[in-house]
Design a protein. Structure first.
Length: 166
């Protein structure tokens, strides 16, 4: 699923034009991608900024590890914030907007619980067990992925995310 999601982002980025809607927003319970793919994340975010795309990231996780990951994204120039939530919706749904494209995944309870345990257990980057995280996110599990091209929906999602950051 993550490879497909990445392909969608790559296609959007390659076709992006100055007149396109220049926003990329992402909301997730935990920003685990920054742990497993920090170099890729840094390169992608730098490329987006280079094209004039404004990126925002909101996480609802509030562990010490979540806070360290937010510092990483902030340091690479992405407006990022934590808005804690314990709602099951906020823990299981991850959503990203890429211009007029909305990509949303819904993780099963088993993955949600395993990620929560991982983020609570690993308090610092030095304590981090990346093998454990990789096993969680690469489990053979059915994950629902929805892709919608709808500018008004993307704008509404962006408005909600940005209002919790700025």
């Amino acid at each position: 699923m993550m490879k497909f999601w990445q392909q969608l982002i790559d296609e959007w980025y390659k076709k992006f034009d100055k007149e396109d809607y220049p926003y990329n927003c992402y909301q997730a319970a935990h920003l685990w991608e920054g742990l497993l793919h920090s170099d890729e994340e840094r390169v992608i975010m730098h490329q987006l900024k280079g094209k004039g795309i404004k990126s925002y990231i909101l996480t609802t996780g509030n562990s010490l590890l979540d806070k360290q990951i937010v510092k990483f994204y902030t340091k690479i120039g992405i407006k990022t914030n934590i808005d804690p939530s314990s709602s099951s919706f906020d823990k299981s749904y991850y959503v990203g907007t890429y211009g007029d494209l909305v990509v949303q995944s819904q993780y099963p309870d088993e993955i949600v619980k395993a990620l929560d345990v991982f983020f609570k257990k690993n308090k610092t980057l030095q304590d981090l067990d990346l093998v454990d995280l990789s096993e969680i996110v690469n489990r053979k599990q059915e994950v629902k992925l929805t892709v919608i091209r709808e500018i008004n929906m993307a704008k509404q999602i962006n408005k909600s995310i940005i209002s919790q950051i700025e």
